[in-house]
Design a protein around this ligand. Structure first.
Ligand SMILES: Nc1ncnc2c1ncn2[C@@H]1O[C@H](COP(=O)(O)OP(=O)(O)OP(=O)(O)O)[C@@H](O)[C@H]1O
Length: 258
């Protein structure tokens, strides 16, 4: 099956003259969770903003499910949902109105049953009449995801979805992303954290200073780079201390204690 997103020879030079992306070539497979990993300023947001039609590329081509993002802009954009880093919601609008309005922006006919399902899946149904301003930070982030899913996209971009999010909500988000993947949605998330890429992704791409330096299957990558530490919490103190504990480097499923 052809890739759902195909990025070929994409570069971006901002008006300041800064080269944010240098010759990016990347294919995203249908139905995968792809983590784009990189430090601050690496070019992650620039790249996903180009695919989503928010930033113009300087050169190269991008297609989404065969639709060129310039020639066939509407078709390409309708297949994409984007959850940006910043909150972009009307503080005085209700949850219900926010999500339905967002669906309307894509020219989709109203579908209250679908919007209800999205809100229930994101545990926002009991807040449907609440104004956005009254929601907690975590709820606002979930509302951003509901907005992005409102027009039934086939590809979801999550730009640093768990930045500033507590451990519990992070786990909820990861579970939600996996459910979406089961429904056939392709997911691309950006993150600074190798742990997040490890927990979530099927494949990982590492970007640094505007260049993709590596694209690898997650399991393969962890075999090459990964190292696990096993923390044991004792119910009661040991009578004598163990001689030495050593986790094998070649496999993190086996732990050797000698
Ligand atoms: N509008 C702009 N004009 C000029 N330079 C920009 C603009 N937007 C981004 N840049 C620069 O491009 C580079 C890449 O920025 P980008 O936001 O894509 O990085 P990022 O990997 O998403 O970073 P972070 O992890 O901090 O969000 C940075 O050096 C940034 O300062």
């Amino acid at each position: 099956m052809p890739s759902i997103i195909s990025i070929s020879g994409v570069t971006k030079t901002y008006a300041t003259g800064f080269k944010a992306l240098k010759e990016i070539n990347l294919d995203i497979e249908r139905g995968e969770i792809f983590a784009l990993l990189g430090p601050n300023g690496a070019g992650k947001t620039t790249l996903i903003s180009i695919v989503c039609g928010i930033v113009n590329r300087s050169s190269g081509t991008v297609s989404v499910d065969g639709h060129d993002i310039s020639r066939d802009y509407r078709a390409a954009r309708s297949l994409i949902g984007l959850v940006p880093q910043e909150l972009t919601i009307d503080a005085f609008e209700s949850v219900w109105a926010t999500v339905n309005y967002s669906r309307g922006l894509f020219g989709k006919p109203a579908n209250h049953a679908f919007v209800e399902k999205v809100l229930r899946d994101l545990s926002l149904w009991d807040k449907k009449d609440a104004k956005a301003i009254t929601l907690s930070g975590g709820m606002k982030r979930r509302l951003m995801i509901a907005k992005a899913l409102s027009h039934e996209p086939r590809v979801l971009f999550l730009d640093e979805p768990t930045a500033g999010v507590d451990v519990e909500l992070r786990q909820d988000m990861w579970a939600m992303v996996r459910r979406l993947r089961e429904d056939g949605v392709t997911i691309i998330l950006t993150t600074h954290y190798i742990e997040e890429a490890e927990a979530m992704a099927d494949r990982v791409g590492v970007i640094n200073r505007g260049e993709i330096v590596l694209v690898e299957d997650k399991v393969q990558l962890m075999r090459t780079l990964g190292r696990k530490r096993l923390l044991l919490e004792l119910r009661s103190p040991l009578a004598t201390s163990p001689r030495r504990c050593r986790a094998t480097r070649w496999s993190f499923r086996r732990t050797v204690i000698d």
